[in-house]
Design a protein around this ligand. Sequence first.
Ligand code: FES
Length: 156
Amino acid sequence: MDDIELAESYFIGKKEEIIKTKRITKFVHGRDILVIHHKGTFYAMDLHCYHAGGSLENGDIEEFDNKLCIVCPSHKYKITLGEGEGIYKATNPRDDVPTPRWYSKGIKQRMHAVKEVDGDIFVILSSMPGWIESDYYQTEKYRKERSSCSSHGPSC
Ligand code: FES
């Protein structure tokens, strides 16, 4: 990693500690980030699910359609760890023989790059242009809604 890249990266934690805990969340430059270690690879993504802001921290990692995904604990939406793509299985009633198939909704969750330098793990925030649906749950507007909701109790 060169000096410029290091300057734009954010320290997350010690590699060995993250491997032990498997997951870590951090507030990084205005974003809530989740970093996961799964079978030798680190992944970083927005912590809040693009669907309705549920936390992905305890989402199971499973393979669907040959793609490694995190399954949101809230409503079981599947998000690929490679691209942040929302995928779902459905049957097209117009098919001659309707058969369940996997479909993509496109990129829905912002994923970030992970770098290791001398046993330290850093995240480089995604600079992918345009709006990605998980961006909403990183806004001040959402944070205000969430904090006013939590002050109204669990029924909010
Ligand atoms: S909030 Fe993640 S599936 Fe609904």
